[in-house]
Design a protein around this ligand. Structure first.
Ligand SMILES: Nc1ncnc2c1ncn2[C@@H]1O[C@H](COP(=O)(O)OP(=O)(O)OP(=O)(O)O)[C@@H](O)[C@H]1O
Ligand SMILES: [Mg+2]
Length: 392
């Protein structure tokens, strides 16, 4: 069962305890949740020799980027503290690796409260969630990862817990069954999801704050790479950090992962400071291209281009053609390709955009509107010649 209590026994040890708390989150049983993330996002990133947890920022001030989110949360924290209340329930959503779990742990640190961490697929039976809720200490944060995967029974237990701080349990069976209300301590539910759209409306409506995490800018990722390199005691110069940042798909987890791979390369091949040249050579070796696309990204796009003439192609068809899981494509690969404008979503399916064609070395087809424009420009009198052939 993937439930971890992090409430420190001595409140003064709270901050010191936090990294250990965070480390405990990775004990989540992968068997209980085989689709938590793709292998590329978990195993490779969570290097056992250097657990991700030691790299997590511990305070809001240390948390790079996400300015809007931080501004909103700073106000919420300040107001809750001033009123000596617990924070309102918060839903954090966005693609994997952008810092949702990190932020939940920081919220607990900033509020100086305990944090219980679980993931929705671990809350299979009603007693799982009931046990968690009744054991919360005043002000605790309950962090539920992948909250869109909560089952209906667990959700219905959460509704009154979130709204009225009580749960209703049925005792006994048949005609002697009675419903009893159990009062709960004030608590904050922090939910994280990569698919906010899959949350049911009643659950979503019970969060006081619904916040999206966005992809990071290159300068923000450069700062993150520099910070991680210092924690790993790896010498790197500014251009080296920026090169890794540019190829990190706007995602801190990927930035940290690429840094570790470049560090390996640098250690073995040159044994010196990571420079632009070293970062570039190493990342090319690991097949991470200048836009940060890896082998799978390129395969998805080239499949759409070669087999479906750029699309539209349905998600399931694309999944079958590439051998990738549809959910993984949708949650892990697609968001960044949409963000950089290499993929577009239409009601008929996914379309590889002209920038994607060009990035992969293909010549994009000319759209019908452009064709007629060209035909007018190149040969205004002729209705039979085909100027497109000349252009192509
Ligand atoms: N703002 C940030 N500043 C510095 N490092 C960060 C930041 N956000 C995330 N990281 C780093 O990226 C890693 C991944 O972050 P985190 O686990 O919080 O992502 P997540 O959004 O919860 O991902 P998932 O959806 O996969 O659970 C962390 O270990 C941390 O080191
Ligand atoms: Mg997480």
């Amino acid at each position: 069962m993937a439930i971890v209590s992090s409430k420190p026994s001595n409140p003064s040890d709270d901050r010191n305890d936090r990294p250990a708390t965070a480390a405990a989150t990775t004990t989540t049983d992968p068997q209980a949740d085989p689709t938590l993330l793709t292998a590329s996002e978990t195993d490779a990133d969570r290097d056992p020799a250097q657990p991700d947890e030691t790299l997590r920022p511990q305070s809001l001030a240390d948390y790079t980027g996400q300015k809007d989110l931080k501004a909103v949360l700073e106000i919420a924290i300040g107001a809750a503290k001033a009123r000596s209340e617990s924070l309102d329930h918060i839903l954090l959503y966005g693609p994997p690796g952008l810092g949702k779990t990190t932020m939940a742990l920081i919220l607990a640190t900033e509020m100086n409260v305990g944090c219980k961490i679980t993931t929705a697929p671990a809350l299979e039976r009603p007693r799982d969630i009931v046990g968690l809720l009744v054991n919360l200490q005043p002000g605790d944060i309950l962090f539920i990862d992948e909250i869109h995967r909560l089952n209906r029974v667990a959700e219905e237990i959460l509704y009154p817990a979130m709204e009225d701080r009580r749960i209703d349990v049925t005792i006994g069976k048949g005609s002697s069954a009675r419903t009893r209300s159990i009062a709960l301590e004030p608590f904050t539910l922090v939910g994280a999801t990569t698919k906010a759209g899959s949350l049911t409306a009643p659950l979503r409506a019970r969060f006081g704050l619904v916040q999206r995490l966005r992809f990071y800018e290159v300068d923000e990722l450069t700062a993150i790479v520099t910070r991680t390199a210092a924690l790993l005691e790896t010498p790197i110069d500014a251009d080296g950090s920026a090169e890794i940042a540019r190829r990190s798909r706007g995602t801190p987890r990927i930035a940290n992962r690429l840094l570790k791979r470049v560090r390996d390369y640098s250690q073995v091949k040159v044994d010196g400071t990571i420079t632009l040249e070293i970062a570039r050579t190493a990342l090319e070796l690991f097949e991470v291209d200048p836009m940060g696309l890896d082998w799978t990204d390129r395969r998805l796009l080239s499949m759409a281009i070669e087999q479906f003439n750029g699309g539209p192609v349905g998600l399931e068809t694309l999944a079958a053609a590439t051998g990738e899981d549809a959910q993984t494509i949708e949650e892990v690969y697609e968001p960044y390709l949409l963000q950089i404008g290499y993929l577009a979503r239409t009601h008929r399916g996914r379309v590889a955009t002209p920038s994607a064609w060009r990035h992969l070395g293909y010549t994009p087809p000319i759209a019908p509107a452009q064709k007629s424009q060209l035909s007018l420009t190149l040969d205004p009198d002729s209705s039979t010649s085909n100027p497109i052939d000349e252009v192509n």
